[in-house]
Design a binder for this molecule. Structure first.
Ligand code: FAD
Ligand code: NAD
Length: 479
């Protein structure tokens, strides 16, 4: 550890560690401070994403998907398995092993790139001084030319359902169950509610999801959201919209949740309750009163388009600043800030941030939804293609869902791509690349796609914008 750095990053989640590694690659003397400890009390880098977010949840989603396929699909494919059972301890071990490998990977990358990874708490003082308190020693003050704040976010809780060890949990607790709950309640039909609700539903829990809004997935294209809801319900998720949770009580190992809907007051009794009602920026203890950094009215670090805060050469990135709370959005911001510090001029294209919900089928999109464009009075054409007409999807027994491409009516420029289907998370990357290069639907239509692939559904939807998809009858016929 030195006293003086070119760059000090506070927070080693995806935003912070990308910033730190890129800064070091560019020859800047860099330190990255993070206070996270694993369940055994060892310092870990990687933030929420690697330790308690993206990666552990995807480990559970992928394993539970294999289990659900074996149980629900294999018989129809002629594969006999006998009675299936899940060993939750082994599932959790797989998850923890993956997490460990990746978090150790970040520590290795720090070492390999010459980043000083500093376990402990960082606090920004005035004049780009940083108070660093290691876990096992007293505070010292470091100085930096540039400071990057990447402190991330924390789960929101609600008064009617206070977290209660092992019974009423947030997403972190829901990644640690030691047995499959018989009845599971989930508050919030957002990304976490649907992903973790799916995990435990696949392993055999009866899952009830209570959502305050009347609309399902309002941020997604509504055609996609409608179809997704039907599919999730068919899988066994009991999604109750327009519900207001008003209280809870615990008796023995049972949680009773009281809620109100249009019909009046109701209650459910469950073995576990997951509260997944959103996340908020985490800035506790981060800023000295005279740091010069301001928060916006919602508690986010206030930054401009280039992630600069109100303090000279201090930047904010990731979940703690405006924009979607997504790992990849923070990563791009981290790289942009590091490169700008080094004198380069990159920008983040906030128009092209992909969103994915890792259910099965997956929901993924980039750009504008049809309802947004209608609201803005834009003229557009739509091409849609169902996976039920895609050979590869049918071969895999995965024919649910569709690809929807929306293109500007005049220029044909792609404005939004929405996918409900197998590997939608991978398919949407093609759309992101196309949109980054300002492609038209015709450009995608003129591109050759390998056969037989799921990607052909993207190709056909692009052809469908002009009315020439091949494997469906086009509503709009064109020559
Ligand atoms: P974080 O990852 O939260 O990291 C911030 C780090 O800073 C933490 O380690 C924290 O301890 C540390 N820190 C904070 N303050 C200080 C301080 N003063 N001193 C020292 N250290 C400090 N996003 C996706 O894109 N895809 C997904 O599939 C996905 N799945 C998710 C699943 C779950 C269950 C959850 C909860 C989130 C998921 N997310 C997903 C969101 C994703 O995890 C976040 O967007 C991402 O982690 C934010 O990155 P960050 O670097 O801004 O902050
Ligand atoms: P979210 O904003 O996606 O969903 C929260 C849901 O809870 C909303 O539908 C909201 O209407 C509902 N809600 C809020 N208060 C409620 C109440 N009192 N009663 C009932 N419903 C209520 O938030 P999340 O699912 O907690 O996820 C948090 C963040 O983490 C998100 O911003 C998301 O971007 C990120 N995340 C991303 C992924 C991914 O990219 N696949 C996965 C997990 C989490």
């Amino acid at each position: 550890m030195a006293d003086r750095y070119d760059v000090i990053v506070i927070g080693a989640g995806p935003a912070g560690y990308h910033a730190a590694i890129r800064a070091a690659q560019l020859g800047l003397k860099t330190a990255c401070i993070d206070k996270s400890l694993d369940s055994e009390g060892n310092p870990v880098f990687g933030g929420t994403c690697l330790n308690w977010g993206c990666i552990p949840s995807k480990a559970l989603l992928d394993i539970s998907h294999k289990y659900a396929d074996a149980e629900r699909k294999f018989p129809a494919f002629g594969i006999k398995t006998g009675k299936l059972a899940v060993d939750v301890a082994k599932v959790m071990k797989h998850k923890s092993d993956v997490v460990k490998k990746l978090t150790q990977g970040v520590a290795g990358l720090f070492k390999g790139n010459g980043v000083d990874g500093l376990p402990g708490v960082g606090r920004l003082l005035a004049g780009r001084k940083v108070e660093y308190t290691p876990h096992d020693a007293s505070a010292t003050v470091l100085e930096a030319e540039h400071v990057i704040l990447a402190p991330g976010s924390e789960a929101v809780s609600i008064d009617p359902t206070p977290l209660t060890e092992g019974l009423i949990v947030d997403s972190t607790g829901a990644l640690e169950f030691d047995a499959v709950p018989k009845r599971l309640g989930v508050i919030g039909a957002g990304v976490i509610g649907l992903e973790l609700g799916s995990v435990w539903n696949r392993f055999g829990s009866e899952v009830i999801v209570l959502e305050a809004l009347e609309e399902f997935l309002p941020m997604a294209d509504q055609r996609i959201a409608r179809d997704a809801k039907k599919l999730f319900e068919a899988q066994g998720l009991d999604i109750r919209l327009g519900t207001r949770v008003i209280g809870s009580s615990i008796k023995g190992q049972t949680v009773t949740v009281q809620y109100q809907d249009k019909e009046g007051e109701k209650s459910i009794a469950v073995d576990k309750l997951i509260v997944a009602v959103g996340r908020r920026p985490y800035t506790k203890g981060l800023l000295a009163p005279d740091s010069g950094v301001n928060l916006d009215e919602r508690g986010f670090l206030f930054v401009n388009d280039l992630c600069a805060t109100d303090a000279h050469q201090v930047y904010g990135i990731g979940d703690a600043v405006r924009g979607p709370m997504l790992a990849h959005k923070g990563m791009e911001e981290g790289i942009m800030v590091a490169e700008r510090i080094a004198g380069q001029k990159p920008m983040v294209n906030y128009e092209c941030v992909p969103s994915v919900i890792y259910t099965h089928p997956e929901v993924a999109w980039v750009g504008k939804t049809e309802q947004e464009l209608k609201r803005d009075g834009e003229q557009f054409n739509v091409g849609q293609f169902a996976f039920s007409a895609n050979g590869r999807a049918l071969a895999a027994g995965d024919g649910d869902g569709l690809v929807k491409i929306i293109a500007d009516a005049d220029s044909d420029r792609i404005l939004g791509v929405h996918v409900l289907g197998p590997q939608a998370s991978e398919l949407v990357a093609q759309a992101v690349i196309a949109m980054e290069f300002d492609a038209s639907a015709e450009d995608l239509g003129l591109t050759m796609f390998a056969h037989p692939t799921l990607s052909e559904a993207v190709h056909e939807a692009a052809l469908g914008v002009a009315g020439h998809a091949i494997h469906m009858v086009n509503r709009k016929k064109k020559t």
